[in-house]
Write a protein that binds this ligand. Structure first.
Ligand SMILES: Cc1ncc(COP(=O)(O)O)c(C=O)c1O
Length: 430
């Protein structure tokens, strides 16, 4: 597949056939027609994911039985665990941590490592991390008396530079946690290179990557990245709320961790699992594999999944390019008077479909309200919120409007957003 700056858009017909598979893609049943460009806060849900979640919740049977309905429910847990590990994470070994949220999986994994290894004087993370990863590392570093180091963001690109990370890592670093992609700037970090270079300094270092924002946009490959931990949240990945998943490597599994004594090291789940959540995630994996099957003849699930995610990624890059540059009929964000695209870079190969922007003279929260009144859902990331203060400030900003469409959106959706932006900027900008 050509790896170009303009991506490769699906045909309109194919894109619409994908959008039809999502619930309420173009309208909210109560609030009416809308463009849902807030997928980073919770993505559009696949109809099949929502349906199976509902259907399976109707059965009272214990999913740990060996016959009848209970056995059927158990199969969703077994297959779901296997497919999330092997197909989504691309893991060849290791185990799955399941919790109510991705944040909880991060705290579990970081705590297990830092509380149990008896070496290492410092830990390193970045200023762009979501609080779940940042705070988990800081909390356990303080508890275990290790120095806590923070790599600053590149304020021009909006990412974390590999060379910068290396300035903070040394032979006494026991844990390095860098997110796979930013939930505010959309930048993709070069995790593979970060891992390679960090392991040159200390081959035993544990490396963690929060992949919550990257998972719905591109392939995760824990083997290729060389990480010990990665996580994602199904509710940001076309699926359902109420669960978070993490891959942990064999060496993390071998450390003491929360588990029932009689269970194997690889079983991190505590208590009865929720088959409906696994079943919903299986529909997400099926969906991505079906996109893959549209473009390749392979029958191997991981190959189909990787192809599907790569096609999604190229579609999203196409949408990102159109958002920024526009067309002859409608100017892109880079060309609309008084619109600012923050940490904008020409090289779109380093971005997921998340844009941080502002309109001069309008406060971000007022602007988000204006968008809502024009039928567009976006979100403001402010330095008054504990979730985004450190992140926006580390990017040199006070606030940003985060615009996050999804691959199932089309050219017409982007053009409509641009026209509305032009209208808001012309009417309200100072
Ligand atoms: C990058 C990133 N990591 C982690 C999280 C936390 O996910 P959860 O709400 O499932 O704990 C989020 C949520 O916004 C996120 O954007």
């Amino acid at each position: 597949m050509k790896n170009n700056n303009e991506g490769m858009l699906f045909s309109d017909e194919y894109q619409k056939s994908l959008k039809e598979q999502f619930c309420y893609a173009d309208e909210d049943p109560k609030y009416g027609k809308r463009l849902f460009f807030e997928n980073s806060g919770g993505s559009l849900r696949l109809k099949k994911a929502a349906q199976i979640k509902y259907e399976l919740e109707e059965f009272p049977d214990c999913p740990e039985r060996v016959r009848g309905r209970g056995l059927e429910l158990a199969a969703y847990v077994k297959n779901g665990t296997k497919e999330i590990l092997e197909i989504v994470f691309g893991a060849k070994s290791g185990a799955l941590v399941t919790e109510l949220t991705a944040s909880q999986t991060m705290f579990q994994a970081v705590g297990t490592i830092l509380e149990n290894i008896d070496w290492g004087k410092n830990v390193v993370t970045s200023s762009l991390e979501h609080p779940s990863a940042f705070d988990a590392v800081q909390y356990h570093a303080e508890r275990t008396n290790r120095e806590f180091r923070v790599v600053p963001a590149n304020q021009t690109t909006g990412g974390i530079d590999v060379d910068e990370v290396m300035k903070y890592v040394d032979k006494d670093t026991c844990l390095l946690s860098i997110m796979a992609a930013s939930n505010i700037s959309g930048n993709i970090m070069n995790i593979k290179e970060i891992t390679r270079r960090a392991k040159e300094i200390n081959p035993d270092m544990y490396i963690i990557s929060d992949a919550v924002q990257h998972a719905p946009h591109a392939v995760i490959d824990v083997e290729d990245w060389g990480v010990d931990v990665a996580n994602f949240a199904p509710y940001k990945f076309f699926g359902v709320r109420g669960c978070g998943y993490a891959y942990v490597s064999d060496r993390v599994c071998s450390l003491p961790h929360h588990k029932l004594i009689h269970k194997e090291n690889k079983v991190w789940a505590l208590g009865t699992p929720a088959p409906a959540n696994f079943a919903a995630m299986l529909t997400v994996i099926d969906y991505v594999c079906e996109i893959g099957a549209h473009f390749t003849d392979s029958t191997d699930r991981r190959t189909l999944y990787v192809e599907g995610m790569n096609r999604i990624h190229m579609q999203e890059r196409g949408l990102l390019h159109r958002m920024l540059e526009g067309t002859k009929e409608v100017p892109g964000l880079r060309h609309i008077k008084n619109v600012e695209v923050y940490v904008d870079t020409q090289d779109l190969t380093e971005k997921d479909l998340i844009i941080a922007m502002g309109i001069k003279g309008i406060e971000c929260d007022d602007c988000v309200q204006k968008y809502l009144e024009h039928g567009v859902t976006v979100f403001e990331r402010l330095n008054t919120s504990p979730y985004s203060k450190r992140i926006v400030e580390s990017l040199g900003l006070e606030a940003a409007i985060r615009v996050s469409p999804l691959h199932c959106h089309g050219r017409d959706d982007v053009d409509e957003f641009l026209k509305i932006t032009q209208e808001i900027a012309a009417k309200y900008s100072a």
